[in-house]
Design a binder for this molecule. Structure first.
Ligand code: SAM
Length: 232
């Protein structure tokens, strides 16, 4: 098993959609700014194209998907998640769009090919080892059409120990400052300290290049939060 957690080990697996939505935006530094960058990429590179096929890995309650689908309402969208509770929220939020929901672990299932865009925001850090992360990048690369791309937002660390420590301190300070209440802070602090398996940003850029993405650009970085745009 390449994923380091089962869905019911994640604190938000039992959350109501509204609580998850409030908490994820508060607990991920730069969640809104990262999504503004995604809005821009989608508008710039995809809004003039039609018959788009999009695959999202870890759709959660559909916050990222909704922003993309508002700009690309006719896209054929496949949304994968291994938490039924999260998928229930996504089904409600995205009911007006052409979305196929898949309940499965994306490290285990096969992907459809010829996607114009693969998206994953804040989930791949649960791949257990560096090898597992790189294998997933390879599988993503092969599922993308010739001129397609991968929008990859995630929590990362850094090769340099001082950079890593400084950004981790800022990340946890953000959690303390922004948690809704003590109970939420307890759950998110535990999740981020013990369940997240962060890999260095520099390594992940290297692996994306090694699996053959030609243009790999870090578009956004705040503490441990990053957004990478990888074009085939
Ligand atoms: C933190 S959410 C992010 C959702 C959305 N992009 C956002 O920013 O609000 C990540 C989702 O990925 C799912 N996930 C994590 N690892 C997964 C895996 N290996 N297979 C399927 N879903 C996974 C989790 O269940 C969770 O719903």
């Amino acid at each position: 098993m390449a994923t380091n957690v089962k869905p019911d080990e994640l604190n938000y697996d039992h959350y109501e959609t509204q609580k998850y939505d409030d908490d994820i935006v508060r607990s991920i530094p730069g969640h809104e700014e990262l999504h503004k960058h995604i809005d821009q990429i989608v508008q710039r590179d995809y809004s003039s194209k039609d018959r788009l096929k999009i695959l999202e890995l870890g759709v959660g309650t559909g916050l990222t998907a909704e922003r993309i689908l508002r700009k690309l309402p006719s896209a054929e969208y496949t949304a994968v998640d291994f938490s039924e509770q999260m998928l229930a929220g996504a089904r409600r939020r995205l009911s007006q769009y052409n979305v196929t929901f898949v309940n499965g672990d994306y490290s285990q299932i096969d992907f459809l090919n010829d996607n114009d865009l693969v998206v994953s925001v804040v989930g791949i850090h649960h791949q257990k080892t560096n090898k597992d992360k790189k294998s997933l990048f390879q599988k993503i690369y092969h599922s993308i059409a010739e001129d397609g791309s991968f929008i990859f937002g995630d929590l990362v660390t850094y090769r340099d120990p001082t950079e890593a420590a400084l950004n981790e301190a800022k990340h946890f300070h953000h959690l303390v400052e922004n948690a809704q209440d003590e109970e939420s802070l307890r759950e998110w602090a535990h999740h981020h300290k013990f369940l997240n398996k962060l890999a260095p940003l520099e390594n992940q850029v290297k692996w994306l290049r090694e699996v053959d993405f030609t243009e790999v650009t870090v578009l956004y970085q705040k503490f441990n939060t990053t957004l990478i745009y990888a074009r085939k």
